[in-house]
Design a protein around this ligand. Sequence first.
Ligand code: COA
Ligand code: AMP
Length: 631
Amino acid sequence: MSTYAEVYAGWRADPEAFWAEAAKAVDWDRAPRKILDDSDAPLYRWFADAQANTCYNAVDRHVDAGRGDQAAIIHDSPVTDSKTTITYVQLQDRVARLAGVLAAQGVAKGDRVLIYMPMIPEALEAMLACARIGAIHSVVFGGFAAHELAVRINDATPKAILSASCGIEGKRVIAYKPLLDDAIGQSDHKPQVCVGLQRPQAEAVMIEGRDLCWAQATATATPVGCTPVGGADPLYILYTSGTTGQPKGVVRHTGGHMVALLWTMKNLYNVKAGDVFWAASDVGWVVGHSYICYGPLLAGCTTMVFEGKPVGTPDPGTFWRIIEEHNVKVLFTAPTALRAIKREDPQASYVAKYDLSGLQALFLAGERADPDTIKWAQTHLKKPVVDHWWQTETGWAIAANPLGIEELPIKPGSPAVPMPGYDIEILDDAGHPVAPGTLGAIAIKLPLPPGTLGTLWHADDRFRKSYLDAFPGYYETGDAGMTDNDGYVYIMARTDDVINVAGHRLSTGAMEEVLASHPDVAECAVIGIGDTLKGQSPLGLVCLNAGAERSEEDIQSECVKLVRQEIGPVAAFKQCIVIDALPKTRSGKILRGTMVAIADGTAWKMPATIDDPSVLDAIADRIAGLGHPTA
Ligand code: COA
Ligand code: AMP
């Protein structure tokens, strides 16, 4: 048995040998001979000369190995009061048929397919069907509005769209089809075909000649087999928020993705074939890609697809009920979900009602895990509570506590130590490494490991500019933090204008673009202010054009509506205030950080470079008037 220190040192000594060994867990159609292709550095490609199929590795090979009757997916949906189990052999048939539907429509290797679906097994089947024929999927989170969907349709130019008639948010039914039709109407690119799953809660109106009914089409489809693709061919594009309204299309390559996820299932999460793994996230996020769909299925686990909320569906005991009922071995969720449970059940009386003996560990990611929440979970669950840090870009954990290797001491507030593949440095503004205990930009030495982003979709230059140019030889994470003397990493803040609301990554820049489009708004800023439940929540500050005639209240509520309409409910943009002027430096830079400090009630100093100090005083009064929860 090796220790973490030995495994990490082994990787450092020979990274290619390390990943070549890990690659043996994949069933390749053509095994890799060259592990890392650095001919186009700083763009790297892992396993580029290999051939494999992700769907084969996630589904068919388990059937071939005799696990066909094991549950592959368990759908637990308190919002529809239903539970469904799909075995690996059933999954193979369902996916092969859906892939047949796409193939019959001319969708082939390299074509893009957009997926806009709620938390139902068909969402995973859609992803796997694309992978089966070598098509590149792009899943869009259901909480985004039509405009955001249109932006992604234009960028990915999908030949087909797979969707469902509705999603269910607590007690509300959200019709997806009108949003999809609106998005296609807004986009310049038009898909050739839309395959729509009718759910009884809200049947969709189909458009003759373009839309196909999922149930009918799959019932009559000819099942198709798996198409081998190149190791560095894209498996999927996943859009994530950046500094502007134009999201970044993170490209995930086929081979490295499988190698890395398989490594994590064993070494990080400590699960094996047959275990039940539950990532309580959404397929629209990277956690859903890696650990609702691909990771558990590649490893032959049973994956939980949960359609509900941590509270209110029906109570704060739902997570614990599911763990007991389905014998969940590992739960992975965002700290927000635990905060929501803790708020409704501070004494954890619901925890005591269920038998959680099968639960091995709880993993947290997506946002900073506050020590109070970690301690609450440790106290009541009596299991290791593991914070781990990663990003859409990396696809798997940069820093974690690798339970499959050894359980390192847990330090609440830190997502522990770098995983093999990641050489983390904390850099100062000039790009020089700083000493432990000193804050700086967190960067990772190139090359990034397998499974991380290869590039941005059709935007190599933007990839370089966004991530590689700031610190030559490094990938810039966009997070700031420090390490301690034991090599533990601490993630403190973002260095860009990304905020994290309930574990959802959002761009304040994108919200500002929407506010600026309001006819009465002359100037605006959006800041992320502390929120006891969601971690952060956005606050809009707008200055009006001279002569704006409507009342401030009307304009504020129009701004709130506009962001919801353009970005979607996920933005959780509920507060906007009209102010006379934005606080700026003499060179015109908006003092966002100072406004956040005022809103959060933390210590702040009047910046020496401020143009007009009275502007900040006026804003402090307005923010105090909001009754902000952390103030
Ligand atoms: N489709 C449509 N709308 C969606 C949606 C989806 N898939 N997901 C969220 N929304 C809507 C919500 O209904 C809500 O709308 P509202 O403003 O009309 O109430 C809005 O988007 C904001 O959602 P959210 O921030 O998630 O808040 P919430 O009040 O619905 O739930 C929590 C609060 C804490 C229970 C919830 O955020 C949660 O479970 N968080 C866990 C986070 C998580 O899994 N993150 C993934 C990264 S690991
Ligand atoms: P996303 O791309 O949506 O997964 O969001 C990634 C960002 O979320 C990171 O860059 C961090 O800012 C934040 N994040 C994710 N996990 C953690 C964590 N464990 N601790 C602190 N911040 C985190």
